[in-house]
Design a protein around this ligand. Structure first.
Ligand SMILES: NC(=O)c1ccc[n+]([C@@H]2O[C@H](COP(=O)([O-])OP(=O)(O)OC[C@H]3O[C@@H](n4cnc5c(N)ncnc54)[C@H](OP(=O)(O)O)[C@@H]3O)[C@@H](O)[C@H]2O)c1
Length: 182
């Protein structure tokens, strides 16, 4: 949300994707209230249920007409506890969202971003948990380092057209982490 508001204040039009249309509507209102004149678009999609690049191609066909200068892959979730106690459904959801979505969404949008005359930016929200195997959140920590390595690689592989940033916060108080310290 903070990314969206800051970018809107800089004059970027904003498109946000998440599951809940109610949350998207609230977010859209906040963006429009903080940055007059920007255009917004919302797309409701459950990225935790998407497993194939083809599904991302279908999703991004809704924004194929847009001049996308900055892509932020920020959606994420965490499932705490011993791995053996996590349900197969939750394992798939966490891997789809935390590991695959930053890779597949970026891959489907990269060709269109590559066509821009200006440089583009890819920003991935990782986590401080990526620094080491972390008991109790093993899939989350592993997904974040998996994506960090990929985005870091792209920073070199696509240096002619893309600037790539991995943001790796510590604990932040949010819906995902209500006990966060900041
Ligand atoms: N909070 C922390 O302590 C902390 C620390 C380090 C890194 N991070 C990372 O920061 C990022 C943002 O998390 P946050 O802490 O700001 O939590 P948050 O407020 O709960 O934000 C998570 C966002 O992801 C979306 N989302 C969740 N599941 C989704 C799904 N299946 N499909 C589509 N969108 C989905 C949520 O929207 P809907 O619910 O509407 O789908 C929400 O917009 C995550 O990648 C997280 O790993 C957080």
């Amino acid at each position: 949300m903070a990314f969206a508001i800051d970018l809107a204040k800089e004059g970027f039009n904003i498109c946000i994707i998440s599951r809940s249309q109610t949350k998207l509507d609230d977010a859209e209102k906040k963006i429009l209230a903080s940055a007059k004149g920007v255009k917004t678009m919302t797309i409701s999609a459950d990225l935790g249920a998407m497993t194939k690049i083809a599904e991302y191609t279908e999703l991004t066909s809704k924004i194929a007409h847009l001049d996308i200068g900055v892509l932020i892959t920020n959606a994420g979730t965490v499932n705490m506890g011993p791995f053996r106690d996590i349900t197969p459904e939750d394992i798939q959801m966490v891997m789809n969202l935390d590991a695959l979505h930053p890779l597949y969404l970026a891959r489907t949008l990269m060709p269109q971003m590559q066509q821009r005359s200006k440089r583009s930016a890819l920003i991935f929200t990782g986590s401080g948990f990526a620094c080491t195997p972390m008991t109790g959140v093993v899939m989350y920590a592993a997904s974040k380092i998996f994506c960090r390595y990929i985005y870091q690689g792209w920073n070199y592989d696509h240096a002619n057209k893309f600037d790539v940033l991995c943001v790796e916060p510590g604990e932040v108080k949010t819906l995902l982490n209500p006990r966060g310290s900041v």
